[in-house]
Design a protein around this ligand. Sequence first.
Ligand code: ZN
Length: 340
Amino acid sequence: MKSTPALLLVSTVLLSSPAWAETPNVVASIKPIHSLVASIMQGVGEPSLIVEGAASPHTYNMKPSNAAALQAAKVVFWVGPGLEIFLEKPLEALGSGARLVELSEAPGIEKLKFREGGVFEPHDDGDEHGEEGHGHGAEEASHEAHDADTHGAEAETAEHHHGHGEGEFDMHMWLDPMNAKAMAAEIGKTLAEADPANAATYQANLEKLNQRLDTLDKSLAETVAPIKDKPFVVFHDAYQYFEHRYKVRVGGSITVSPEVLPGAERLSEIHAKIEDLGATCVFAEPQFEPKLVNVVIEGTPAKSGTLDPEAATLESGPDLYFQLMENIGTSLKDCLSSAS
Ligand SMILES: [Zn+2]
């Protein structure tokens, strides 16, 4: 059958149109990352998520269905070694089939050093902070000295070999919207390369996402402005990026990493810190034992609240990142403005 020019045109248009193009199989490790990817893939497809529900990335164990999803993936987005430890070996075994994107290495990401110990002194932003725009020079030294004195072997073993892997940097980078923008740019670029047929859609979605992130950044700064000088205590040390961006004051953390339960000495150190701080707030997290928070605030005027830095309680999807960040701002404001 002789193909007419019109028919040729229609088939070319059809075959190259997004609708026909095979949507790439994309996997994202944790909910905050999945949310950014889902935003950029809107109208094209949906990424699959590994750490679902209320599970914590720090204690997660791979399921056979996860391994199958990775095997079929064309692109895998994760934060990186030191956070999703459960992914390190499976990704090594994946071979070159899939494109693996470590978003902690995206251009423009600001990295903060992993913090030692349970009590943090307020850092004066005039200080020279060393690595990648921020480190903890003198403070770190004082913490290490403090740790060596008071915690000796316990601090050594517990904190350095569990949970956060052995990385140098705090891996909760998504808690700064400017880092989320850097991640979004890398996600958009990767998807456009992996799926050129939908590149225009990814680009348009990326622009919309960047506008939303700028708006979020402004509204968070307003939300926490009234309470930014009020120190508070958190469950695990996940909030440094939020703290750095909005100048709120994390006075200490009950544990460094959720699966390393704090020893009695650390709990008493935190209790002493809360007494020092006077009226303040101590924040639990949905995935972890709230009893510990009651232990450290007992007999002090401190109030308790809840923060959810890994979105354990939120529905996965494009809006999750915004709900996660707004919830942190609101929870801090609600508790600290009533802690007088
Ligand atoms: Zn964490």
